[in-house]
Design a binder for this molecule. Structure first.
Ligand code: CAA
Length: 445
């Protein structure tokens, strides 16, 4: 059977940056270590005043189509995943297609367009939709574009303010992909939760501490569901495990629990037993509380072992290389993590073809999804085609007062004009409102 997966990716970061340790922490009266060590974040990306989810998504798509030599008729589907939409009816994919039609010959009139919503997991769900559309043979030889684009802003003063970010990831899903093929096997962990939501409001209502627990609980269910169809995961099978990354400290928590789970009943657990004993088993305990305490003690001890530290450094840490400098991109975050890992592999000259990634997505509300991907022979060219390092390095460094202005500029309840910080060039920009309240865009050469 022909492989289906991600053929190419482009990443577009918001063009402004807030330095969390140098600029944000002092204003909050916090130790910079809370950000750099605790949350694992150094900087957040923000959109300039002329950027939004449409411009970032369209700019990523334009680069993707140009690099892959595509014209609009090669694309049969455009799906946008976002939790920052400004329209409850007209999907963001129509705005993005409209932008692209300004610069490409032809149009997307025969492409199916939609918008996917389930918090941060929607990007992965949109890839699923594209995969299923191709597998069903309904694509007529055409590829799908999936765009995950978000402006992840929290209300001023919310604890989540430290984890903000903005950017877009455009992905081409096709047969015989150059980057990664997707597994049929998948696992879900899904429940009606109120950890993070936006009931008709721009900034989220968040129960931050609970959201961390919900993330871990749903992820655990998804891993177990995945293993029920794909068999037990063994650490040696995985080269990287990209997780949804609201902040790297979250993935550090998830990585430890994942390692405990995937080493249970393996040779690794036996080897570690000399140092920290075997993992507690429920049937060895009379009551649940004693069992949970023993599990917690074992997990603390596991965290201190060299074996775990080495696994974390090689399998998880590389997935965080970009997130550390851009913050949370909601729907795009897990897709940034995949690319970060492959970039690190490329930098270190690792051979990745046919190696396996375990990809773990999560969306509040809440749902986790786990599947695996197999790296394809064309991966090096795809990674070499990215310019995300330059984009990150070239962001405008905001003062705290400028950050406050940028937050206001993107606050839908504040109706004022704000000066831009950077000069747009070769990109789509927001160009004001039309007669029906629609947002308008133009290309700046
Ligand atoms: N040096 C080193 N570490 C420090 C430190 C210092 N000086 N000061 C604090 N820390 C550590 C803390 O110990 C803590 O680490 P642990 O959790 O490992 O103990 C970490 O830094 C953060 O400190 P706090 O817990 O005090 O931070 P907080 O309460 O202000 O906020 C948060 C943390 C609740 C996660 C908040 O950032 C938040 O609400 N974020 C938004 C919600 C979110 O991202 N949830 C994640 C799961 S939901 C999801 O994934 C969906 C999504 O994208 C939103």
């Amino acid at each position: 059977m022909t492989e289906v997966g991600i053929d190419a990716v482009e990443i577009w970061t918001g063009k402004l940056k807030l330095d969390l340790a140098e600029t944000f922490a002092p204003e909050m009266g916090d130790d910079p270590g809370k950000y750099t060590k605790g949350l694992g974040l150094y900087e957040s990306s923000f959109p300039d005043t002329y950027e939004d989810i449409v411009t970032m998504g369209a700019n990523a798509c334009k680069r993707l189509m140009e690099r892959k030599g595509l014209s609009p008729e090669d694309v049969g589907r455009i799906d946008v995943a976002t939790e920052s939409s400004f329209d409850n009816s007209k999907p963001i994919s129509t705005y993005i297609a409209g932008c692209l039609e300004q610069t490409f010959d032809g149009d997307f009139h025969h492409a199916n367009k939609g918008e996917r919503k389930f918090a941060c997991v929607a990007g992965t769900q949109a890839i699923d939709d594209a995969y299923n559309w191709i597998r069903a043979g309904r694509n007529r030889g055409r590829a799908a574009i999936v765009v995950a684009t978000d402006t992840a802003l929290y209300a001023r003063g919310d604890p989540g303010e430290a984890t903000q970010g903005a950017g877009a990831v455009a992905m081409l899903v096709d047969e015989d992909p150059s980057l990664v093929s997707l597994s049929d096997a998948q696992g879900y962990g899904s429940a009606d939760e109120t950890d993070f939501l936006k009931p008709n409001q721009q900034f989220p209502s968040v129960d931050g501490k609970r959201s961390v627990q919900v993330y871990l609980a749903r992820m655990r269910e998804a891993v177990e569901d995945y293993e029920s169809v794909a068999g037990d995961i063994h650490p040696d099978e995985l080269v990287y495990a990209p997780f949804h990354t609201p902040f790297p400290g979250m993935v550090r928590k998830a990585g430890l629990l994942a390692y405990r789970h995937i080493t249970r009943d393996t040779d690794i657990e036996t080897q570690l037993a000399e140092e920290i004993g075997m993992q507690p088993r429920r049937d060895e305990f009379d009551d649940e509380e004693a069992f949970l305490e023993a599990v917690s003690d074992y997990t603390d001890a596991l965290k201190e072992t060299d074996r775990y530290a080495e696994w974390y450094d090689t399998t998880i840490d590389p997935t965080l290389d970009i997130a550390r400098h851009v913050g949370n991109w909601y729907t795009g975050s897990v897709h940034v993590a995949r690319i970060a890992a492959l970039k690190r592999a490329r930098d270190e000259g690792r051979e990745m073809t046919d190696r396996r990634l375990l990809v773990a997505s999560y969306g509040s509300g809440a749902q986790a999804e786990v599947h695996h991907e197999t790296v394809q022979p064309g991966w090096t060219d795809e990674i070499d085609g990215l310019n995300i390092d330059d984009q990150i390095a070239n962001r405008y460094d905001l003062t705290f007062e400028e950050y406050e202005e940028v937050h206001d500029a993107h606050d839908h309840s504040k109706d004022r004009d704000y000066e831009e910080f950077t000069a747009p060039s070769n990109e789509f920009v927001f160009d004001g409102w039309g007669r029906m309240g629609e947002r308008k865009y133009r290309y700046v050469a």
